[in-house]
Design a protein around this ligand. Structure first.
Ligand code: ADP
Ligand code: ZN
Ligand code: ZN
Length: 820
């Protein structure tokens, strides 16, 4: 009887597709394995099997799958359960989740572009199809799979491509950045006939007229340990052998030809798995011990625990002790961090204790490394601990016992674009529940939602109110910059008090951190005569001025524009800078403190992983005196010599339209302040603001989290926001503004029909056009008691009927559940 498989394809289309298995592949495929399937017009994709069965679909005839890629599943049942939950909850497709979850190298498809590897030498004749592809690439060394398929006439090309990739005869074009191939090296070994003492003896005799070959053979014996008493033969790498013997490839080729040696390829892992000496963790202080005990007790009754501990209270040390306990029970730990900037420091701390049991997974790693970690987690030698950012929740785990979500309040845990727009904290809690594992949320400034859940008894709550060794929290000094500006006493963005404190700190050889919010207005250019401001031609935003590049750039679509000599509107030649971002501050600081070493950390200076590490290492080792940064520097970094922290403009944190603005401002300022005075003396935070009377400013100064929480909670209840209501943003996009406007009005109207007052809008979002598409937003507020399933079904139904209308055919609709 014919077999069928249901698969997920890596496309944003709803539902799963059924394919049939050809006779030749019967019984060769299981759930969670990857297969190659034809889809649409002659396109091939790597799909994932979710079900093997014998029921043909009622309404279409199936196509055969082209190839099976795995003999063992790469997607485990509980991961698949996470995917299903996510697609459902976030109102996206399983294809969206699949695309986000798997590293690129595991998802080869027709559009993939391959290039010829010029250095490739075949070890022998290649299969005919493979040779044909290489010949085609010989005439044009860079082609996409579809194109090759056409010109070669080969029907199922993906397996051929895969084989060529495995041999390294070709490469994925975006390989360095994205795609996976096992790294292999050529090795040499004796052919079986020569693996006996007698045969070797005879061989030596026969080679005495070929000294080069003889030397090569001798070197091989030495390197392979052939004559060692334990008989253990080591692998001998081709290149290393040639170098050691000082021989040319000729000598080796001669021996290959005589079939004394043969070549083979060995896979070399990229992950550094060296065993390291490890040390025991620090013994915990008394307060820490109590906290750990309380966490363990909580876990006896609840699945989630919130650890609310002030900055530098030693939360990380507590995690380490907890991890030890979980490992002792034979379970695995997933340790989530909000930002890769943090991984360097935490990695070092964890490595010292857990050595090679720790694996790191993050988005700035080459894709190939991510594939290897994925495969390793499926193997019998999986990492016990995974430290990673958001996407590591998708890794396969077999024995998950604990998930730690560090800095749980961080907004970077929320995926914005593209779908799935999930919150990694919430996804982590769900993941843990699938394994019967526990989740620990840690932070000095809990999100309102998590604190609420803790007070409601849904989560356990453990609080640490003092720093480790009772080091004092920093002193916060308020500076009214409105008053100073009026008296013309400000030097650029700096108050005289801040400059004086910085100067003194530098004299004492201590360090300074200056914080400038990225969300504050970015620097731009303006015509002094007519007020003209250059704007992006694709998006509805002004362009940002980058001095180092002498260019204007759009932060949404990357569009760049060179600076005009004169104003295109009025011809005026006086174009001036307005606003100040981190780059401008860096400039000013270099001028004011020419003798200090200054570094800047923001999105523009940290494009690569090494850039992060360099900036942080330089600062840690004291090479840098002043570090200027955006919120990136607020995140749990632990520096020793920082005595002064300057918050340049607290107001810019509050001036954006979002119900979380106050919460965020408090968190950011409290976190940035927490960088000051970590070890031997009290630090100083200079808080510059134009509104010194705001309650929030005083809550920051007094570190009154609970006061801030109560105030915010009251507002949230009054205005019907989380945690009392659930929010869903519905976004609509279209190339034509008129069509979009009409569609948005229609959508809102129809939503109101079923959801009534819960529907607000449509509105123009702050950035109402991105990459040539106009955008409208509808907000839906749903009370917690309402059935989410019904609401979701209703939303999707309305969308379906709307898009079914001819005039709205190319309308794009997507959802942001629990937006951040
Ligand atoms: P948090 O995660 O709460 O910000 P950390 O765990 O980073 O705090 O601790 C702050 C500092 O105190 C770190 O330098 C850490 O090494 C040190 N520390 C914390 N607990 C201990 C301990 N029990 N023994 C020794 N040092 C500790
Ligand atoms: Zn743009
Ligand atoms: Zn002008």
């Amino acid at each position: 009887m014919k077999q069928y498989v249901d698969v997920i394809v890596p496309l944003p289309i709803a539902g799963q597709y059924t394919y049939s298995l050809p006779e030749t592949l019967a019984d060769q495929v299981g759930e969670g394995c990857r297969v190659v399937v034809p889809f649409g017009k002659k396109k091939f994709y790597t799909a994932i099997v979710t079900k093997v069965h014998r029921t043909p679909p009622a309404d279409y005839t199936t196509k055969d799958i082209a190839e099976v890629l795995d003999s063992r599943p790469v997607l485990l049942p509980r991961q698949y359960a996470l995917w299903q939950w996510m697609a459902d909850y976030c109102l996206c497709t399983l294809g969206d989740v699949y695309k986000a979850a798997l590293p690129s190298g595991m998802k080869l498809e027709s559009e993939s572009v391959v290039t010829l590897n010029e250095d490739f030498e075949a070890d022998g004749p290649l299969p005919e199809k493979e040779q044909r592809i290489l010949d085609l690439l010989g005439t044009d060394p860079e082609q996409c799979v579809t194109q090759l398929e056409k010109s070669s006439g080969i029907r199922h090309l993906l397996p051929v491509i895969k084989s060529l990739l495995d041999k390294e005869a070709i490469r994925m074009k975006e390989e360095l950045k994205r795609s996976y191939r096992p790294r292999t090296e050529a090795c040499v070994r004796l052919t079986p006939p020569y693996q006996t003492e007698e045969a070797l003896h005879a061989l030596f005799e026969s080679l005495h007229r070929a000294p080069k070959q003889l030397r090569l053979l001798m070197k091989y014996m030495e390197r392979s340990g052939w004559s060692r008493p334990d008989g253990q033969v080591q692998e001998v790498q081709r290149q290393a052998l040639l170098e050691a013997a000082g021989a040319a490839p000729d000598a080796l080729n001669a021996l290959l030809k005589k079939q004394v040696f043969e070549l083979y390829r060995r896979e070399t892992g990229r992950l550094s798995l060296r065993e390291q000496a490890t040390v025991a963790p620090h013994p915990l202080g008394e307060a820490q011990q109590h906290a750990l005990q309380a966490i363990l007790t909580t876990f006896g009754q609840k699945n989630v625990c919130l650890l609310h501990g002030v900055t530098a209270s030693g939360k990380t040390e507590i995690y380490i002790h907890l991890i030890e306990k979980v490992l002792q029970a034979g379970k695995q730990v997933l340790y989530l961090l909000p930002e890769i900037a943090l991984t360097t420091q935490i990695t070092e701390r964890l490595r010292r204790i857990f050595g090679a049991r720790l694996g790191i997974y993050h988005s700035k790693f080459p894709d190939a490394e991510r594939v290897e970690i994925w495969q390793k987690q499926l193997s019998d030698h999986d990492f016990d601990i995974i430290l990673g950012v958001r996407s590591s929740i998708f890794l396969p785990f077999k024995r998950l016992g604990l998930v730690i979500v560090d800095e749980e309040h961080e907004t970077t845990y929320k995926q914005q674009d593209p779908a799935p727009r999930y919150h990694a904290r919430n996804a982590a809690i769900l993941l843990a529940s699938l394994y019967g594992a526990k989740t620990l949320l840690g932070t000095a400034t809990p999100s309102i939602e998590s604190y609420y859940n803790a007070l409601q008894g849904k989560y356990g709550l453990v609080e640490l109110t003092e720093r480790y060794r009772n080091i004092q929290l920093p002193r916060i000094e308020l500076v009214d910059i409105k008053e100073l500006a009026r008296k013309k006493l400000m030097v650029a963005q700096f108050s005289p008090f801040l400059l004086q404190q910085m100067r003194q700190a530098l004299e004492r050889k201590e360090q300074v951190i200056l914080f400038q919010n990225r969300r504050g207005f970015a620097p731009m250019i303006e015509c002094r005569t007519c007020g003209w401001v250059p704007r992006c031609k694709n998006c509805d935003v002004s362009l940002t001025y980058h001095k180092a590049l002498n260019q204007l750039t759009c932060h949404y679509c990357g569009y760049t524009f060179s600076i005009p000599r004169s104003c295109p509107a009025c011809g005026g030649v006086e174009l001036v800078n307005r606003g100040f971002g981190t780059e401008k501050i860096e400039d000013d600081i270099r001028r004011i403190f020419p003798e200090a070493t200054v570094a800047r950390m923001d999105l523009d200076t940290t494009r690569t992983r090494t850039a992060y590490e360099r900036i942080l290492t330089d600062f840690e080792s004291g090479k840098t005196d002043i570090l200027i940064g955006t919120q990136m520097i607020s995140k749990g970094l632990d520096f020793d010599r920082v005595s002064v922290v300057g918050i340049l403009n607290a107001d810019s944190l509050l001036n954006y339209p979002d119900f979380r603005a106050y919460e965020r401002a408090f968190q950011l300022m409290a976190q940035v302040a927490g960088r000051a005075g970590r070890r031997d003396r009290q630090g100083l935070v200079v808080l510059q603001t134009k509104s010194p009377e705001l309650p929030l400013i005083h809550q920051v100064i007094g570190n009154h989290y609970v006061q801030m929480y109560r105030e915010q909670l009251a507002e949230r209840e009054l205005f019907r926001y989380p945690p009392f209501f659930r929010l869903v943003y519905v976004y609509l996009k279209h190339r034509k503004e008129e069509v979009l406007d009409e569609a948005a009005v229609q959508m809102a109207l129809r939503l109101r029909h079923g959801l009534g007052e819960r529907v607000l809008g449509p509105d123009r979002p702050p950035v109402a056009r991105i990459q040539t598409l106009y955008i409208k937003k509808i907000m839906v507020k749903i009370e917690l008691s309402a059935s989410l399933i019904q609401v979701r079904r209703y939303l999707l139904d309305v969308q379906r009927t709307l898009v079914a209308e001819e005039r709205f055919r190319s309308l794009m609709v997507y959802y942001d559940m629990d937006p951040y």
